[in-house]
Write a protein that binds this ligand. Structure first.
Ligand code: LMR
Length: 321
């Protein structure tokens, strides 16, 4: 996650996330052995001479890092290597999120917005939320915007249009290879005319086959090629997610986010962080309810929920939370 750590603060300090008028105090937390490296990041941020950046606090202490925070982006975790699934990181990483959740509970503002990125992101987010009982669960979300952007781009490339012409893809479930990228409600603007994705792409076999597996496996494909996990695209997705959380989603559009399931939407089990289509207004997300779900989608939505349930049960047993 090293490069995310460098890139996201840059975009944030530049005004791409919280707006061009919002002065920024950046707080960077890392483990003690990484403090000299973090100093390098601080130097570079200073050298960018960014007008909105008022202060940079670099620390290895949670009580300093989480004090009075308005927004927290939790990226710190062991990244996966080639051949691993994200859930293989469960035992290595989940303890970090228990500790950071507890520190948020103790030190951050109760209005803090917490975005969990470190993998397995959904389950880490659930553990952080459970470890911060005084902060509303509404304030926690995990990153599936990277998958959402991947799905959008795959359709756009196929149709020969910019990604901005593709709207309302959905990522359901886990940020893992069981996630379900769904285009049944997606529309593509082709030469000024909005068409359902299936009509625009004209290749149902691809949309129900290789498209889905490409998005599901994209993180692994990037790791195989780079020998490192995604950095630039992950940083961009973090910024997209936080910006929408802060400023809202555009009229008529939804995005995908891992959010707390209270058991009332789409038959998804309660007490999971599950990626749903959401709309955001006044810094509050709402699940877009009432979309038609066919049998093909239902089976895939249930399979990814089942994986999340197993991850949750393993994590809860491991941590005793
Ligand atoms: C990604 O999707 O690129 C990240 O979650 C990193 C990973 O392990 O795949």
């Amino acid at each position: 996650m090293g490069s995310i750590f460098n890139l996201s603060p840059f975009y944030i300090a530049k005004g791409d996330v919280f707006g061009k008028e919002q002065p920024i105090i950046l707080v960077l937390l890392d483990i003690t052995p990484m403090m000299p490296v973090l100093e390098g990041v601080v130097m570079e941020l200073q050298d960018c001479a960014l007008p909105l950046l008022r202060e940079i606090i670099a620390t290895d202490k949670e009580e300093v890092a989480f004090m009075d925070l308005d927004a927290a982006i939790l990226v710190g975790s062991m990244p996966r290597r080639e051949g691993m699934e994200r859930k293989d990181l469960l035992k290595a990483n989940v303890a970090i999120f228990k500790s950071q959740g507890a520190a948020l509970d103790k030190y951050a503002k109760k209005t803090v917005k917490v975005l969990v990125v470190g993998n397995p992101a959904n389950t880490n987010c659930l553990i952080a939320a459970k470890s911060a009982p005084s902060i509303p669960k509404q304030n926690f979300s995990c990153l599936t915007r990277l998958d959402h952007n991947r799905a959008r781009s795959q359709v756009a490339i196929r149709c020969g249009v910019p990604a901005t012409q593709v709207k309302n893809v959905i990522i359901w479930g886990n940020h893992s290879s069981t996630q379900y990228p769904d285009v049944h409600h997606c529309v593509v603007n082709m030469s000024g005319c909005e068409q359902p994705c299936f009509d625009a792409v004209k290749d149902d076999a691809w949309l129900k086959g290789d498209f889905i597996s490409t998005v599901q496996q994209r993180g692994a494909a990037v790791i195989k090629a780079r020998k490192l996990s995604s950095a630039m695209s992950a940083a961009k997705a973090i910024c997209d997610h936080m910006r929408d959380l802060w400023s809202g989603t555009p009229q008529g559009e939804f995005t995908s986010m891992g959010v707390y399931s209270s058991g009332n939407s789409y038959g998804v089990l309660e007490d999971l962080i599950y990626s749903f289509p959401v709309q955001i207004k006044d810094k509050t997300w709402t699940i877009v309810d009432g979309l038609a779900i066919n049998d093909f989608s239902r089976a895939k939505m249930d399979a990814t929920a089942q994986e999340l349930k197993e991850e949750r049960d393993t994590a809860v047993e491991f941590l005793g939370v």
